[in-house]
Write a protein that binds this ligand. Structure first.
Ligand SMILES: Cc1cc2nc3c(=O)[nH]c(=O)nc-3n(C[C@H](O)[C@H](O)[C@H](O)COP(=O)(O)OP(=O)(O)OC[C@H]3O[C@@H](n4cnc5c(N)ncnc54)[C@H](O)[C@@H]3O)c2cc1C
Ligand code: SF4
Ligand code: SF4
Length: 813
């Protein structure tokens, strides 16, 4: 079949999304040519705000680099503006004279910022906020000048102001009305937002109308209608956008506010020409968010693929703000009227505000500030017109409250139904994400983004997607936080904080929080647990472990099971045991009527169904029989799995069990960033599966191969070979050094596999192999940290430590 020519004008988010959808449906239907005025590939415009705030780089926000066009046989004319469409000849002509013939044409020219026609608005330093060029101008200005004025306290204005403030400028936001973001927020939520931004250093001039921009060539000040003036080296106008209809109009296409299209996204003037994105007006509406544009893209692609069944009928939109540390969501009619009722919750101290507007027991709108986990649920209820009368009294507490209680976002997201929309921009539901995670064995946020597009646009649902990942993949999920802040309580990363702890001798959690100007007085469960580990690692002999900054399993020194009981795994070094030890375990099992016993994957005996209050007595008996905790519950050294080795096996090259015992004696009790498993196989047949462990030793005739960074969970990762050594002493030294390097370098909750992939094998090799003195120093530090760590937590608790943890709470009648 002869291919037709398809030309796209506008290399932005809506146009290229249409091509992506089309390539899925009909990859061979068209010869595709793209014209883009900007000199880049296709990038995520939404993410310009995080680029301005130095939270992302331009490379990180590229959606389709130039290779994508080559791979898909698309001709890209970047940096070329189309100035004319000749409908009679079916040609487009660019400013440099390039001509392309089309059978079908897509216009996706987006919007242009609305610039207030003020005297002086043409001076240098007065810009909009739309593209990479604007961001470059802002970054450049911030490096030379001090004062920025942002006109407009809407979504875009506040994101610009926040970014400029992060670049060190003094920023004043000028707003015509008395509340910020009046189209998305009601007054209480807007007041909380303003307070929070003011606390970060943003200045506001509310109810101010700009009269003139002053200066010679370049702006130096802004004058208001009330006669006052403020200094300004940069003025960003963020007062709205206008659909870019210039080209459509000149081609004689019918335009009102935007280029008018039908439900098939064809222009009503010429069915060979489609228009899509912000330049379009559909059923009277011109949209300014990506979620509707992506829906439009699907419909246009469907028609271009000649399936011809899809119709675009409009989109209900919701809003989120991309200012790190500020959670904000709004949708629908959040103000209400005399026919509606409001349900409101406000806790100014914790910075939480929720308002749900109901009419006839249906959600008509919602505003959430501080806690937005349930935003997508309210949005779904609103779009579905669900009758909420059955759960109206608990509606404000969120969906999770319908079942279990609890305020951990991880468990709350777990209780959402499969059809709950998680990513509003791309319309991705929970069920799609969970299916992709399990079927395609996804392991990281980036993989989920690549497969489902969830969280790939504005990123506001990233927390929810991460919670889903954590919940679906369980303990094997690795957040690999890269440059993300440690948690919402701080803007600093894991690495900033670890370095600061050492550099400034910070030895307690309050000292760390004070030094890094924590946003919350006591932190949250995420940062408390991470800080507890980082301090313990940095000051093993001085820092006193804080039991309350540990997960329940670590506090209870047992693994909580689904019925609330615990499992108990005594340590059996190297998997070896004697008949006396087995008898002692059997006696304990009988005495406490253990309902189930099982040999674990790590070759230890697990006793299930133990009540929490029974634990100390049971541990006392086990400790009397010579057992210590197996740490089968902790972010800690777990077990060393061994094969029988040269003592019994015909193929064994070395004493793998003996070495396993020595390794476990060296490493037991160590707290790690995440769980940590070892194994020793007596020959390359590898019966102990050493090549999927954090450290695996494979014995060979001439010595021992040391393998690192393996993982046997949902996403299996085979180890990397670190090196080969000749003696058992070297195995112990290299293992201790590796453990310590991982302890000191990885982020809390990052297993060795993603850690090595993040930092690179070379870095690990350099630290352990590159410099013998460094290796020995690491090993020394590991041995020092082991002195306080190898105190059996079970014995300590059997002797009375943390007694309150194991005493049942009495409720008086
Ligand atoms: C800073 C910022 C933050 C945002 N945050 C959010 C958010 O959080 N959530 C959200 O949903 N939306 C957000 N948006 C809006 C979102 O980016 C837009 O809705 C989306 O990019 C519009 O897509 P589009 O393809 O219609 O236009 P664009 O992405 O603007 O693409 C249009 C392209 O066409 C090119 N072009 C124009 N005329 C011609 C011509 N004659 N010849 C060749 N090329 C031409 C332009 O140079 C441009 O590259 C944000 C926008 C900005 C600027
Ligand atoms: S593999 Fe078994 S023990 Fe592990 S999480 Fe799944 S069901 Fe639980
Ligand atoms: S790994 Fe080798 S030495 Fe160990 S049991 Fe298997 S065959 Fe024997």
């Amino acid at each position: 079949m002869q291919k037709e020519n398809l030309v796209l004008i506008g290399n932005g988010m809506a146009g290229v999304r249409t091509l992506e959808e089309l390539l899925k449906l009909a990859p061979d239907h068209y010869n595709i040519t793209v014209f883009g005025e900007e000199p880049y590939g296709n990038y995520n415009r939404i993410m310009l705000s995080p680029v301005l705030a130095s939270e992302k780089t331009i490379e990180q926000i590229m959606l389709n680099g130039e290779q994508w066009y080559i791979d898909n046989g698309i001709t890209l004319h970047k940096g070329k503006k189309v100035e004319q469409i000749n409908r009679a000849r079916r040609e487009v002509i660019a400013t440099d004279g390039t001509v392309a013939h089309y059978d079908r044409l897509i216009i996706a020219t987006g919007s242009v910022p609305f610039m207030l026609p003020l005297p002086g608005a043409d001076k240098a330093g007065v810009i909009g906020f739309r593209d990479i060029k604007d961001v470059d101008t802002m970054l450049d200005t911030a490096s030379q000048y001090q004062h920025a004025v942002v006109i407009g306290g809407g979504l875009l204005g506040l994101e610009a102001a926040n970014g400029l403030m992060k670049q060190g400028m003094n920023v004043t936001v000028v707003h015509l009305l008395d509340t910020l973001m009046e189209r998305q927020l009601d007054k209480p939520a807007a007041a909380m937002l303003q307070k929070s931004l003011a606390e970060r250093g943003m200045t506001f001039l509310m109810e101010h109308s700009t009269a003139e921009i002053l200066g010679q060539e370049r702006v130096t000040a802004v004058r208001f209608k009330n006669g006052t003036e403020i200094p300004a080296d940069l003025v960003v106008m963020a007062v709205g956008i206008k659909p870019n209809t210039e080209l459509g109009k000149s081609a004689g296409l019918y335009c009102e506010r935007g280029i008018v299209v039908s439900d098939t996204m064809q222009t009503i003037t010429d069915p060979k020409i489609y228009a899509i994105g912000e330049c379009v007006q559909h059923r009277g509406i011109a949209y300014g968010l990506v979620a509707p544009l992506f829906e439009q893209a699907k419909v246009a692609a469907n028609h271009l693929a000649k399936h011809g069944i899809a119709r675009y009928v409009g989109t209900v939109t919701s809003t989120k703000l991309k200012v790190t540390g500020i959670e904000l969501f709004s949708a629908g009619d959040f103000i209400g009227n005399d026919k509606t009722e409001d349900i409101v919750f406000k806790d100014a101290a914790s910075g939480t505000y929720k308002k749900i507007v109901l009419q006839d027991n249906q959600v008509k709108g919602a505003v959430l500030y501080g806690d937005t986990v349930d935003g997508s649920w309210y949005f779904q209820l609103m779009k579905d017109g669900t009758d909420v009368s059955a759960f109206r009294d608990t509606l404000l507490f969120g969906q999770h409250h319908l079942g279990d209680s609890g305020h951990n976002p991880d468990t709350r997201v777990a209780s959402l139904p499969d059809n709950a929309e998680i990513c509003g921009c791309n319309g991705v539901c929970k069920g799609d994400i969970v299916k992709a995670i399990t079927e395609k064995k996804l392991f990281t946020l980036d993989e989920v983004r690549a497969h489902t597009k969830a969280s790939a646009s504005c990123g506001s649902c990233t927390g929810l997607v991460e919670s889903l990942l954590a919940h679906t993949v369980g303990g094997d999920y690795s957040a690999t936080p890269k440059t993300k802040p440690l948690c919402k309580c701080t803007d600093y990363t894991h690495d900033d904080i670890r370095h600061g702890i050492i550099q400034h001798s910070l030895k307690t959690m309050p000292a760390v929080r004070e030094h890094f100007e924590w946003k919350t007085p006591d932190g949250c469960p995420s940062c408390r647990n991470a800080l507890n580990y980082y301090l313990l690692c940095a000051y093993p002999t001085e820092y006193v472990d804080d039991a309350q900054s540990r997960y329940i399993n670590e506090r209870a020194h047992g693994n909580i099971q689904k019925d609330g009981s615990y499992s108990v795994v005594p340590r059996m070094f190297g998997g070896m045991c004697t008949s006396d030890q087995l008898r002692a375990i059997a006696d304990v099992a009988d005495k406490y009527q253990v309902p189930t016993m099982k040999v674990t994957g790590g070759q230890r005996i697990d006793m299930f169904g133990i009540k929490k209050e029974q634990l100390p007595a049971m541990w006392k008996d086990l400790s009397a029989a010579g057992f210590v905790s197996g740490h089968a519950y902790g972010k800690a050294m777990r077990t060393v799995k061994t094969c029988v080795g040269s003592e019994w096996c015909r193929f064994g090259t070395q004493d793998s069990t003996g070495l396993g015992v020595k390794l476990e004696e060296l490493t037991w009790g160590s707290w790690m960033p995440h769980k940590f498993k070892l194994a020793v196989s007596g020959c390359p047949r590898n019966c102990a599966e050493a090549t999927i462990k954090d450290i695996g030793v494979v014995c060979v005739d001439s010595g021992y191969e040391l393998h690192i960074g393996g993982n046997g969970g949902i996403k299996v990762r085979v180890t990397d070979l670190l090196c080969k050594v000749a003696t058992e002493e070297e195995v112990l030294e290299y293992t201790g050094a590796f453990c310590q390097f991982y302890r000191e370098d990885a982020h809390y909750l990052e297993r060795t596999a993603p850690w090595i992939e993040r930092v690179g094998l070379e870095k690990v090799k350099t630290a352990i192999l590159g410099d013998a003195a460094n290796r020995k120093a690491l090993y020394e530090r590991f041995l020092i940290s082991q002195q306080p760590a190898q105190i059996d937590p079970w014995k300590a608790r059997a002797d009375g430590a943390e007694a309150a943890e194991f005493t049942p709470i009495m409720i008086e009648a």
